[in-house]
Design a protein around this ligand. Structure first.
Ligand code: ITT
Length: 210
């Protein structure tokens, strides 16, 4: 069974619209990097070594234009420390309140796959970013990356659904906290990444059972 690696139940709720998976509540090491793909790839290798089952890691972040992409890869820390209302206040008086949500999914099952159409991270980049080139323990484990982005704008909090920054992120007049799971998936960063992954994964499953 595919293991969806996250401590966040909200992510798993959204993922189950696309495929059967189990939540693997594993707090992988988040390396210091500006690149969500490198963070997710490193986490996927670590989680695969731990579980020895097919792994999907989901790393996401909110990138606010006028704040040069802050909080970006630090979104989780900023939610826990500043809180989402303070992030909203930071841009409340700005003319430009545009922002993007990004999600990168990293898949690892210990086997090879073709690079196309999405990139395959062959671990040198992630290891270099982690500064631990001497760590041979996960070398050679290919990781396939799928990404999705949604653009919107930062608004005062509205809505009871979703999680994280959803109440302050508005897309075409509706905050993501005002959307049902399937409505959010239809437009969201995660929904877009999951749709790409789901299509590829189901083909892969079918090819392996032929
Ligand atoms: P895991 O790392 O265990 O998966 P997390 O919630 O910390 O859980 P991320 O690092 O990917 O996951 O998330 C970064 C932050 O962005 C965190 O504060 C989330 O609540 C928030 N976030 C992620 N996806 C989101 C979404 O779809 N809507 C709103 N906020 C989201």
């Amino acid at each position: 069974m595919l293991q969806y690696v996250t401590t966040n139940e909200g992510k798993v709720r959204e993922a189950r619209d696309y495929m059967a998976c189990e939540q693997f509540d594993f707090d992988y090491t988040e390396i210091q990097s500006d690149d969500l793909g490198a963070i997710a790839a490193h986490g996927a290798r670590e989680a695969y070594r731990e579980a020895d089952e097919p792994i999907l890691v989901d790393d996401a972040g909110l990138f606010v234009d006028v704040l040069d992409g802050f909080p970006g890869p630090y979104s989780s820390y900023v939610e826990d420390t500043l809180g989402i209302e303070r992030v909203q206040e930071l841009v409340a008086h700005e003319e430009n309140r545009r922002a993007a949500f990004r999600c990168v999914l990293a898949y690892c099952d210990g086997k090879e796959f073709a690079a196309s159409p999405d990139p395959v991270d062959r671990d040198d980049r992630a290891l270099a970013a982690a500064g631990d080139e001497d760590d041979e323990s996960d070398s050679g484990l290919p990781v396939k990356l799928f990404s999705g982005t949604v653009r919107g704008r930062i608004v005062p909090p509205r809505g009871e659904g979703g999680f994280g920054y959803d109440p302050i992120f508005e897309h075409e007049g509706t905050t993501m906290a005002e959307m049902a799971v399937d409505e959010k998936n239809a437009i969201s960063h995660r929904g877009r990444a999951l749709a790409k992954f789901g299509e590829w994964y189901h083909e892969r499953q079918a090819a392996r059972t032929e």
